[in-house]
Design a binder for this molecule. Structure first.
Ligand SMILES: *Cc1c(COP(=O)(O)O)cnc(C)c1O
Length: 384
């Protein structure tokens, strides 16, 4: 790699930030209680509603994504109460850990990593735990590249329980459809550094009326993450504490980009990027971690080989070529690598990754035919 600024960051977050978003973040600082800050906030909020598929204003937190995950837990369920967490990978596991930390009784529905949760399975699990106050699950499970069927999961919860439906959309909102009001999702959270094309530092939580009732009655002590404070300040078109204003400028620009492309086309692009990536990987004879049906449009996990060192050696070769892909988390460390293809990513970026992957495979002693993965992806590009 000769130019560090040309590094191809293809991990599932943080993701590359477009030049116009970077530029927007250079604006001079403003007062956080100024009219300018309010209109910036309202402009972002109006466009974010479309990303979430909600009529309510998403609340803005200055934190990483986990801050919004923790807010979703601490505001809705109190110690001693029960919650169900669907764990399809490392991020479902994070929800479970937060729930446990707060002394909430955890009912954990574990699925094999690499598989999506079946709504009927969740239904029968809920019948065993009728006292659950909330059900938490992950929309895109970033650690495996699974997209859970959140619409059907939400429906399942609504049919079998009074629990709130809470979803983590950090690694897919802005890249896949979300209609939280229509689907019956009570809290949807996301963060800035994945499909929204921004640096890390902002998180969002959209909250339903049903959830607000539970939040108002929840006695758990909380301060920075007290969503009631965010709702109260929203009425005054502001946030309770100083938000990351530069990131807000960037957000307005990133949301303008999504608006210009049009959300349906943004979603179609991500579908195409997924299909191209998977076609390329298959053509190279490598093994995908998820089925076509469960695969997320934002991240693809690939087995790195039979030996533990193989995935890591491959990642090292790719890094030397100027391409960054992610490794596995928890027990998948050293076993898989993950290609992020969300946000500021287009078809030619996928061809670049596959092309570099072919070279890296050959360098690590895996005999593949040069161009075979790229060709398969090009064919998708031409015909899909
Ligand atoms: C990235 C991510 C998060 C948040 O991680 P932070 O490092 O706190 O921003 C949460 N959930 C999922 C599914 C993610 O991919």
């Amino acid at each position: 790699m000769s130019f560090s600024d040309k590094f191809h960051l293809r991990i599932p977050g943080p993701t590359p930030v477009p030049a116009r978003v970077m530029q927007a973040m250079q604006k001079p600082m403003i007062g956080h209680r100024s009219g300018e800050a309010s209109s910036l906030y309202l402009e972002c909020s109006a466009k974010l509603k479309l990303v979430f598929g909600t009529k309510t204003d998403p609340l803005l937190l200055s934190s990483s994504g986990t801050g919004a995950l923790e807010a979703a837990v601490v505001n809705t369920v109190s110690p001693g109460e029960e919650a169900v967490v669907v764990v399809t990978g490392a991020f479902g596991d994070r929800f479970a850990k937060i729930v446990q930390k707060y002394g909430i009784t955890l009912h954990r529905l574990d699925l094999p990593w690499g598989k999506a949760c079946d709504p009927d399975l969740l239904a029968s699990f809920l019948r065993q735990h009728p006292a659950a106050k909330a059900v938490f699950f992950t929309y895109c499970e970033t650690s495996t590249g699974v997209l859970n069927p959140v619409r059907e999961l939400a429906q399942s919860v609504r049919e079998h329980s009074d629990a709130l439906v809470i979803a983590d959309g950090v690694s897919c909102l802005g890249a896949v459809p979300c209609k939280m009001d229509e689907w019956g999702i009570d809290i949807m959270v996301t963060g800035s550094q994945k499909a929204l094309m921004l640096p890390p530092g902002l998180a969002f939580a959209a909250v339903s009326q049903r959830a607000w009732k539970q939040i108002e009655q929840n006695p758990t002590p909380r301060f920075y993450l007290d969503l009631l404070a965010y709702r109260k300040n929203l009425e005054k078109e502001t946030t309770p504490y100083t938000p990351a204003l530069s990131l807000l400028y960037g957000l307005a620009e990133a949301l303008a980009m999504l608006e210009e492309e049009g959300l349906p086309r943004v979603f179609a692009r991500h579908e195409r990027l997924k299909t191209m990536t998977r076609a390329g990987i298959k053509a190279l004879g490598l093994e995908l971690m998820t089925s076509d049906a469960d695969a997320s449009p934002t991240v693809t996990s690939v087995y790195g080989g039979r030996e533990k060192w193989e995935a890591e050696t491959l990642r090292k070769e790719l890094r030397a070529l100027g391409v960054g892909v992610a490794g596995g988390q928890q027990h998948l460390k050293g076993k898989i690598f993950r290609i992020g293809h969300m946000g500021y990513c287009d078809e030619l970026d996928i061809l670049t990754v596959l092309s570099a992957l072919e070279i890296a495979l050959i360098k690590t002693g895996v005999p593949v035919e040069l161009g075979s993965g790229v060709k398969a992806a090009q064919e998708v590009m031409l015909h899909v």
